[in-house]
Write a protein that binds this ligand. Structure first.
Ligand code: G6P
Ligand code: ZN
Length: 544
């Protein structure tokens, strides 16, 4: 019998799981007992029976291997029967979700700070996913937080590090650790969902792409699926080797951080489609030749065409989008006569809807889209669905977008981020907005009249749980909208997100420049929220 070691500890402040788990600087996680306290708090509160299986994997960022070894020893001391860990400590977030579901695990530890930079001075994160493969819902994250406040011991065993690079099984105490191929199960799943033959035919007839894996986790997945299984030319996947510091970049697939891809797609050398994914592989960026597709539009366009893919034929039950995501998807749902759900920001809110079969596809403005195949958003899944649609329809990204807008109208959309602002100013801005809500309806800002304003509150239609205070919405009579929200994923100061949307009907101006179209909304946002006064900034740091 391996001896279980009980290590006395004291609570650390601020171990509240945010939008997507506990995210802090690596230096914070390196404090003795910090990661252990959080992991033990998870093990103390989550549901699991005898013989429970735990999945562990991460995006390969700096500190990943250290925390994996800690977590393996602690899992052994806490009575898990088996740990499944990706080779090299790697599992993309959607692949982890799939592995949890496929092998009937009671849950998983997903080690990532998503699109945040990595390295000794950058970010790290730990997220717990439940047995459906999705992020723990608020009931669970709340219990974890309460536990972190009173924790006084954590459990471990004395055991050597597991060789994470060698496939196969080893014992750690009474527990079995299986190091598995992180790519195979996921690639097989993608092959079941999509028409790989149709994509291969398109590739053989000259369809080209570039996939930027941003030196993050999707590299090995994208090389296997796009180059080996679908036949895209070697080199189609760039930045394909996951690096601990992502090559010093932000592995965030947006127009700022994936600039090279954007420039290529706007040039004469552009392939048919350009795509990118983030640190842990759950986000996606789609750019056609000369045409950027906003994540909100991508959700709507994918939903409108999803039944082309074999696994979705005849079974689109409903669509869900996060509140700040544009209403483009709502128009598709309306046209198809299916429901569209509006949830708070954070993929965890889609879990119940997917489990209950109420929705088949979900998406968020923050570059996430996914379906009921796993319980996370899935970057490569979105790319493959685009490829499947384009291959079968023989249409370009630009032509598909134009056709979509001509049918449904266009929701011009942008998000303005003010990063690393002072927490006090950010709170004052949000408080100021909330204080004004009752007086806004009926007021005019430029050409627009406010029709409704509120602080968004969500009642989960499946379990009745209520999540209040999820962002301030200001809706205008002409269908445009401004949303103000503080980010739940930052690790320094506060980040204000201002989401701007303007609807142009089918008969309207469908091919204009987004910034110009949104000028009235930008001016109204400043007038309502006094962004300059509260943040000291005269312009956003990032526009996506
Ligand atoms: C993570 C979650 C997403 C969510 C996003 C919002 O990526 O997985 O579901 O949309 O965070 O981040 P924010 O910084 O806006 O809270
Ligand atoms: Zn991510």
């Amino acid at each position: 019998m391996t001896q279980i070691v009980t290590v006395p500890t004291q609570p650390f402040e601020g171990q509240a799981p945010g939008t997507s788990g506990l995210r802090k600087k690596v230096k914070v996680f390196q404090q003795p007992g910090y990661a252990e306290n959080f992991i033990q708090s998870v093990f103390d509160v989550v549901e699991r029976g005898a013989g429970a299986v735990l999945v562990i994997g991460g995006d390969g960022r700096f500190h990943n291997r250290t925390v994996i070894q800690q977590a393996i020893r602690m899992a052994a001391a806490n009575g898990y029967a088996r740990v499944l860990v990706g080779q090299g400590g790697i599992l993309s977030t959607p692949a982890a979700s799939h592995v949890i579901r496929k092998y009937g695990a009671s849950g998983g530890l997903v080690l990532s700070a998503s699109h945040n930079p990595g390295g000794p001075d950058e970010d790290f994160g730990i997220k717990y996913n439940i047995s459906n493969g999705g992020p723990a819902p608020e009931g669970v994250t709340g219990a974890i937080l309460e536990r972190t406040k009173v924790i006084d011991r954590w459990l471990t065993v004395e055991a050597d590090d597991v060789d994470l690079d060698a496939l196969g099984e080893v014992q750690v105490g009474a527990m079995t650790v299986q190091v598995l191929d992180p790519v195979a199960d996921y690639a097989d799943l993608m092959e079941e969902l999509f028409d790989f033959d149709a994509i291969r035919k398109a590739v053989a007839s000259g369809f080209t792409m570039r996939m930027d894996s941003m030196s993050a986790v999707t590299g090995p997945y994208a090389v296997e699926i796009l180059e080996r299984r679908l036949g895209f030319a070697p080199g189609t996947v760039v930045n394909a080797v996951p690096l601990e510091d992502f090559g010093g970049h932000h592995p965030d697939p947006n127009l700022i951080h994936a600039r090279e891809l954007y420039d290529l797609m706007m040039s004469d050398e552009a392939p048919d489609i350009g795509a990118a994914s983030d640190g842990d592989g759950d986000r996606n960026l789609i750019i056609g030749r000369g045409r950027f597709i906003t994540p909100s539009d991508s959700l709507a366009m994918l939903a409108a065409n999803i039944e082309i893919a074999p696994a979705y034929r005849g079974r689109l039950a409903g669509i869900a989008r996060s509140m700040p995501t544009s209403a483009a998807a709502d128009r598709v749902a309306e046209a198809l006569g299916i429901p569209c759900f509006e949830t708070p920001t954070g993929w965890k809110f889609f879990g119940n809807l997917l489990d209950a079969g109420k929705v088949t596809i979900c998406g968020e403005e923050s570059a996430g889209a996914g379906s009921d195949h796993v319980r996370e958003k899935d970057g490569l899944w979105a790319v493959l669905l685009w490829l499947n649609i384009l291959a079968v329809r023989g249409i370009s990204v630009d032509a598909l977008a134009k056709e979509h807008w001509a049918r449904h109208g266009r929701n011009y959309y942008a998000r303005h981020d003010y990063e690393g602002i002072e927490t006090a100013g950010a709170s004052a801005l949000m408080d100021g907005l909330k204080a004004q809500l009752a007086g806004l309806p009926g007021r005019s800002f430029g050409p627009q009249v406010v029709s409704h304003a509120d602080s968004f509150s969500y009642t989960d239609p499946v379990d009745g749980s209520v999540s209040a205070n999820q962002g301030v919405r200001v809706l205008f009579e002409d269908g445009s909208r401004i949303v103000f929200r503080l980010s739940g994923t930052g690790t320094q100061g506060a980040t204000l997100r201002v989401y701007l949307e303007r609807y142009e009907p089918r008969s309207g101006n469908l091919d204009a420049e987004t910034g110009a179209m949104l000028e009235p909304q930008i001016a109204a946002a400043e007038a309502i929220a006094e962004i300059v006064r509260h943040t000291g900034r005269t312009a956003p740091d990032v526009i996506t």
